[in-house]
Design a protein around this ligand. Structure first.
Ligand SMILES: *[C@@H]1O[C@H](CO)[C@@H](O)[C@H](O)[C@H]1NC(C)=O
Length: 442
């Protein structure tokens, strides 16, 4: 009996989704067809929508712009995005770039269109209208003005940040859950619904069967946020990611969101308890599926995985390589610039890091331009007054850091391979709390 219990204890919990040939055969794999099904608002006929592969941009403008069919109204998409990650100094970088005379921001520079479902982020028409705020400047400076958006949620699109792509999945689960509660199910399902734990598994399985974006395309490529964006923008967009040492980012995230201290306790002991539990849960998932599947879709895999506190969200957001790979697949490595946050946050090297970003996106990057942005006053990212300002990651003990580093080693090695930059294997730690304006590391 004890043996059986032990077996149950060590076995990974069941999932609802088996990614096998039979499952794949039941699902369409044409990425263009999937894009249309996932985002009919984006790929609708003009004037509201754009064709698959993006509009034909007008070469008179440095920014990707086109004249809308019929109305001839000038419409523009961002020329570049700062895609992430959180706690990596993206807000500081965005506010600083916005000081450039040639940078244009829409009404809300931090708009989360791509990382939110239509219910929260609005539809494509709303996004294009948001971009309209940048158009007058672009018309005045057609050869130089570049519009951009900074949305740190885009880089590591965990299941929760992937709502626009999996809207159908969320709708199916919501409707199924409601039916379950009203017990309007056929008798065999009503039986399943009685079991509270099984109830959601049943709905998740149904959602997987009906979600157009859960298919695997040719060559095993999944339909992800980068795949959707690639079809709306074509190749005419640049992406910049700031990546911070995974252990420091995790530490900072722990103190940025109250729920983690609430459950695991404050201070380093809290971080250690959090990391021990979450890394063990993730390892269970990875042995049941694989690291990539768990990083991309943890909470969709079944009630047992849903039950993990916050679905390992912060743990996963430091697994950069999983997501960088998807961005590179969709856009090609040359369209994605990776910069280490440590280089940006260290006042000795801020200028070099900023210059690299400005050159990549095509904004003025000479010494005078870089110095002006560094000297500019921007609102500190720490102004929300979170505890992150009190618990600095470099106070982490050597022991805890070593445990976290070991957990992320396979991801960092993979990132070194993807980027061709070996420094990711022995990622430097940023010591002093210095963004260019001396604000703490957010
Ligand atoms: C491109 O933009 C210029 C300047 O606004 C305009 O004169 C021209 O007609 C546009 N070309 C197309 C194909 O819309």
């Amino acid at each position: 009996m004890a043996g059986v219990l032990l077996l149950v204890g060590v076995c990974a919990p069941p999932g609802v989704w088996e990614y096998d040939a039979a499952w794949a055969a039941r699902h369409p794999t044409d990425h263009d067809a999937i894009a249309r099904a996932v985002a009919p608002d984006i790929f609708s006929p003009p004037p509201l929508g754009v064709p698959l592969g993006g509009p034909a941009f007008n070469a008179s403008f440095a920014n990707p712009c086109w004249h809308e069919e019929g109305t001839r109204k000038l419409r523009c998409l961002p020329a570049f995005y700062l895609i992430g990650g959180f706690q990596c100094a993206v807000h500081d970088l965005g506010r600083r770039i916005a000081l450039s005379a040639d940078a244009v921001t829409p009404a809300n520079m931090f708009h989360a269109f791509w990382s939110s479902g239509a219910g929260f982020g609005g539809d494509w028409g709303r996004f294009v209208r948001l971009m309209d705020k940048a158009v007058p400047r672009i018309q005045r400076q057609p050869r130089s003005a570049l519009a951009f958006i900074a949305n740190p949620a885009m880089l590591a699109f965990t299941w929760a940040e992937h709502a626009r792509v999996h809207d159908s999945f969320a709708r199916t689960v919501g409707a199924c859950w409601k039916r379950c509660r009203k017990e309007l199910q056929p008798s065999e399902v009503a039986e399943l619904c009685k079991d509270k734990k099984y109830k959601l598994d049943h709905c998740l399985r149904l959602a997987y069967e009906q979600d157009p974006a859960s298919a695997v395309g040719p060559a095993g490529v999944e339909f992800t946020l980068p795949q959707l964006m690639r079809r709306a923008h074509g190749a005419n967009v640049k992406l910049v990611a700031l990546l911070r040492n995974p252990a420091d980012r995790l530490w900072s995230a722990f103190f940025s969101y109250g729920q983690f201290r609430g459950k695991y306790g404050d201070g380093e002991a809290g971080v250690a308890a959090y990391f021990a539990e979450q890394s063990a849960a993730f390892a269970r998932c990875a042995s049941r599926y694989d690291r990539r599947t768990c990083a991309l879709r943890l909470e969709s895999l079944g009630q047992a995985w849903q039950d993990i506190f916050y679905h390992c969200d912060q743990l996963i957001k430091s697994m950069y390589s999983v997501f960088v790979h998807e961005w590179q697949l969709a856009f090609g490595p040359a369209r994605l610039l990776l910069v280490r946050s440590e280089e940006y946050m260290n006042v000795q090297t801020t200028g070099a890091a900023l210059g690299k970003v400005l050159r990549f996106v095509g904004l003025p990057s000479d010494d005078a331009a870089v110095s002006a942005l560094i000297a500019g006053r921007v609102k500190s990212g720490a102004s929300r007054g979170t505890r992150a300002t009190h618990a600095r990651s470099w106070t982490m003990s050597v022991e805890l850091r070593a445990r976290i580093d070991a957990f992320y080693a396979p991801f960092n090695d993979h990132l070194a391979e993807l980027s061709g930059d070996d420094a990711y294997r022995r990622w430097p730690v940023h010591m002093p709390a210095t963004t260019p304006d001396g604000s703490p590391h957010r």
